[in-house]
Ligand binder design. Structure first.
Ligand code: ADP
Ligand code: MG
Ligand code: MG
Ligand code: MG
Ligand code: MG
Length: 644
C-alpha cells in the first residue's frame, strides 16, 4: 500500500503544494478501484486480528520497568524470519509483523487470515500465543514483551526508556518525551512533525485526573517544566494548553504509542461490507468500554479508563479555523472531530437504514461528492468518501507523486489510512484475491492471549449473527457518539448506561439468509420483541448477557447460533470459555483490565492516595503482568482461572 514505502517524505511546507494533487488522484484511484471491484464476490468472513505489543526492559536493580528502544532490531529479525518462511515452500508463514508508531512497539498478525468455519475460531488463541513466543525468541535477558494498552509512565520525570534520552527533540518538541520514542522509519517522524505544523501548535491532550483522597484540588501538575525555553511551543503549556485538574500530554506518542486490538473481516460482497460497517460502528463504544484497559497516563491515575480520546487528541491536526476558534480564511471547513475519531455517517444500502439515523451534520467536500456522484457512486458512499477527503494527506513521498490511477491506490490509501476511525471500510486491494472488508478498531488490547482471543472471537461470532440473522443495531449516529463519551468514564461497564436498540431483530427472520440456522429458542426470542424503531439506555450487562424478557442479549444470541451449528463438543467447550470471559466482564463478576490495574495501584503498599503511579508501583505492576501472561499466577477477581 505504499504506507511504509522507502522514499523521501516531504516536510509540511513542501507537501502543501501537492495536497490537491493527492486528493484529486486519490479520488480517481478510488473510482477506478470501485468500478473494477464493485461486483467482486469472495468467500465470506475470513478474518484476521492485529495485536500491538510493547517491549519492556525490567531494570531489577533500580526497580524500574522501562520501554525498550531495541524493537527495530527485534523487528528486523522477525521480518527476516517472515521473509524466509515466505520463500521456502516447505514452511508456512506463521505470523506477520509490522512496525508501529512507537520505537518500543510491534504489530503482529496471523500469517494467513483465519477461515470461515466455526472451528477455525479455535486457532486464534494459539496463533496469538505463537506470536508472543516468536517475539520472545529475540529478547535479551530482562526484556519482556507485553500487550498493555498504555504504558503508565511514558513521559514521566526520571527514566522510562532503555536507553534513557532527555525529552525535547525537534520533531515532537515535547516537554515529556524524546524523539527517540518515535519509530525512525521516515513515515512516523514526518507524521508527527506535519501534524504539529499543520495544526499550528503542539497537540494538546488533557485527561481528567482521578482525584484520590490526597490528590491536591485543584491539581496543578508539579512535574511539568512550565518555564522551559527551548522552542517557542514551550510556552503553550502555561498559556492554556495544559488544563488544571487534568493530566496534560503534548505529543503524538501518547496516543499512537498506545496499543490496541483490531479485527478485519472479509464479507462476500460490497453490500455486506457496508452493512457490517454500520452494525459494527454501533458496537464500537460498547466494546471500548468492555475492553477498557488504560487508566494511567504520564504517571497519574486518570478519571477515565480508555485510550480513545487520548489518541484522538494526539493526532488532531485541525487548525484553529477548522476547530471553529477563528473565522475560516485559509481553510475550507469547520471540522467537528479529529481525524482519529468515531465515524460520522452510516453507509449501508440496507433498507432499514433510515435517513434520520444519519443525524450528524456531515462535513464533506462538495466538489469531490459531485465527481463521485457523476461517476456512478451512490449518495451514501459518495458522502462517506467525500468526508474522508476533507483531510489533507500528511505524508507525501516525493518519489510516489505521479502514479497510474488505474493500477495504483497509493493516493487513495494515503487519505483513507490516516482517517483513523472506529470502523474502516476497506476496498479490495488491486491484483489480489482479497475481497471487501471491514475493520473493527475500537478495542483496547488485553494482558493475556486468552483475553485477546476471547474478544476477537466474540466479535467474529457477532459478525456472523449480524449477517446470518440480519440483526439491526441502528440507533441515530449522534447517540453512538454519546456512547463513545460514556465509554470513557471510569468503570463505565458497571456504572453507566449506553444507548442501544431495543428491537434488534425487526425484519430479521425474513431478511436472514439462513433462517434454518436460527434455533427454536432464538426463534421464540426473535419474535417476542416489539417491531418499533426504538432505543433506550441499557447497561452493558443487559446488552451482552440479556435480561429476562426485556432484551435477548448478544451472548444468548450467539449461543443459540452455536447450538444450531452442529459443532463438536470440544470446539463448543472452548468457545464457551471465551464467551464466559466476555460475559463475566460485562456482568462485573470479573473486573475490566482498567479496573484491575487501578485497584492494583490503589492497594499497593507504596501508593500515597495522591494519584501518583511511582516507578516502583509500575515495576511491581509489570512483574505481575509478566507472570499473568505466562500463567504463573492467578488473579481471581480479574481472570478467575481463565488464564490457564
Ligand atoms: P491494517 O491496514 O489495518 O494495518 P493489516 O494489513 O495489518 O491491516 O491486517 C489486518 C488483518 O487482516 C490481518 O490480521 C490479516 O491477517 C487480515 N486479512 C488479510 N487478508 C484478509 C482477508 N482476505 N480477509 C479478512 N482478513 C484478512
Ligand atoms: Mg496493521
Ligand atoms: Mg496498520
Ligand atoms: Mg497497528
Ligand atoms: Mg489495522
Amino acid at each position: 500500500m505504499g504506507l511504509l514505502s522507502l522514499g523521501t517524505p516531504l516536510p509540511w511546507g513542501k507537501s502543501q503544494t501537492y495536497t490537491e494533487l493527492i486528493r484529486h488522484h486519490g479520488i480517481e484511484q478510488f473510482l477506478a478501484l470501485y468500478n473494477k471491484m464493485k461486483d467482486k464476490k469472495t468467500e465470506c468472513l475470513l478474518f484476521g486480528d492485529e495485536v500491538e505489543y510493547m517491549v519492556i526492559f525490567m531494570d531489577h536493580n533500580n526497580k524500574n520497568a522501562k520501554l525498550s528502544l531495541r524493537v527495530s532490531e527485534i523487528y528486523s529479525e522477525l521480518a527476516k524470519e517472515e521473509a524466509e518462511a515466505e520463500k521456502d515452500p516447505k514452511k508456512t508463514v506463521q505470523s506477520g509483523w509490522r512496525p508501529e508508531y512507537g520505537s518500543y512497539m510491534l504489530e503482529g498478525t496471523p500469517g494467513t487470515p483465519f477461515g470461515n468455519k466455526i472451528a477455525d475460531l479455535t486457532r486464534v488463541e494459539s496463533s496469538m500465543k505463537l506470536r508472543r513466543q516468536t517475539v520472545m525468541k529475540y529478547l535479551r535477558a530482562n526484556e519482556t514483551v507485553v500487550t498493555v494498552t498504555s504504558f503508565p509512565r511514558l513521559g514521566c520525570l526520571g527514566e522510562f526508556l532503555e536507553p534513557h534520552f532527555e525529552p525535547g527533540g525537534p520533531v515532537a518538541k515535547s516537554l515529556f518525551v524524546p524523539d527517540e520514542v518515535i519509530n525512525p522509519h521516515p513515515r512516523f517522524p514526518t507524521l508527527t512533525a506535519n501534524i504539529r505544523t499543520r495544526r499550528g501548535s503542539k497537540v494538546a491532550i488533557n485527561m481528567p485526573i482521578f482525584h484520590d483522597t490526597k490528590t491536591p484540588k485543584p491539581f496543578i501538575d508539579p512535574t511539568i517544566q512550565w518555564n522551559r525555553d527551548k522552542y517557542p511551543e514551550d510556552k503553550e503549556a502555561a498559556s492554556g494548553a495544559a488544563l488544571p485538574d487534568h493530566i496534560y500530554m503534548d505529543a503524538m506518542c501518547f496516543g499512537m504509542g498506545s496499543c490496541c486490538l483490531q479485527i478485519t473481516f472479509q464479507t462476500r460482497t460490497v453490500s455486506d461490507a457496508r452493512r457490517l460497517y454500520d452494525q459494527l460502528a454501533t458496537l464500537a463504544p460498547i466494546m471500548l468500554a468492555l475492553t477498557a484497559a488504560a487508566p494511567i497516563w504520564r504517571g497519574y491515575l486518570s478519571d477515565t479508563d480508555c485510550r480513545w480520546d487520548v489518541i484522538a487528541s494526539s493526532v488532531d491536526d485541525r487548525t484553529e479555523e477548522e476547530r471553529g476558534l477563528e473565522p475560516l480564511k485559509k481553510n475550507k471547513f469547520v471540522i467537528n472531530k479529529s481525524r482519529y475519531d468515531s465515524i460520522d455517517s452510516y453507509i449501508s444500502t440496507d433498507a432499514r437504514l433510515k435517513q434520520e439515523y444519519n443525524d450528524l451534520p456531515l462535513v464533506y467536500d462538495e466538489s469531490i461528492y459531485k465527481r463521485l456522484i457523476d461517476n456512478g457512486i451512490d449518495d451514501l458512499l459518495a458522502r462517506h468518501v467525500a468526508h474522508l477527503f476533507i483531510r489533507d494527506p500528511l505524508v507525501i513521498y516525493d518519489e510516489l507523486l505521479y502514479q497510474d490511477d488505474e493500477t495504483s491506490t497509493d493516493h487513495f490509501e494515503n487519505i483513507q489510512s490516516t482517517n483513523w476511525q472506529t470502523v474502516r471500510f476497506k476496498p479490495p486491494p488491486p491484483n489480489s484475491s482479497i475481497g471487501w472488508r471491514v475493520e473493527f478498531r475500537s478495542m483496547e488490547v488485553q494482558i493475556t492471549d486468552f483475553e485477546n482471543a476471547a474478544f476477537a472471537i466474540f466479535i467474529a461470532l457477532l459478525t456472523r449473527i449480524i449477517l446470518v440473522y440480519g440483526l439491526n443495531f441502528y440507533i441515530p449516529i449522534s447517540k453512538v457518539d454519546q456512547n463513545m463519551g460514556i465509554a470513557h468514564k471510569r468503570g463505565a461497564v458497571l456504572n453507566e448506561e449506553f444507548w442501544f436498540r431495543k428491537s434488534i431483530y425487526d425484519d430479521a427472520v425474513s431478511s436472514c439468509r439462513k433462517t434454518s440456522q436460527i434455533s427454536e429458542i432464538n426463534r421464540a426470542n426473535l419474535s417476542n420483541g416489539s417491531m418499533s424503531d426504538k432505543w433506550e439506555k441499557m447497561t452493558i450487562n443487559q446488552i451482552i448477557n440479556g435480561d429476562d424478557g426485556h432484551f435477548i442479549g448478544l451472548i444468548p444470541l450467539i449461543k443459540g447460533y452455536l447450538d444450531a451449528s452442529g459443532i463438536d463438543h470440544d470446539t463448543r467447550r472452548q468457545l464457551d470459555r471465551y464467551l464466559d470471559l466476555v460475559s463475566k466482564r460485562a456482568s462485573g463478576k470479573l473486573a475490566t483490565t482498567a479496573t484491575w490495574i487501578r485497584e492494583f495501584v490503589r492497594s499497593h503498599p507504596k501508593y500515597n492516595y495522591d494519584s501518583v503511579v511511582s516507578q516502583e508501583i509500575n515495576y511491581d505492576l509489570f512483574k505481575l503482568i509478566e507472570k499473568l501472561q505466562t500463567g504463573q499466577t492467578k488473579v481471581p477477581t480479574f481472570l478467575d482461572g481463565f488464564e490457564i
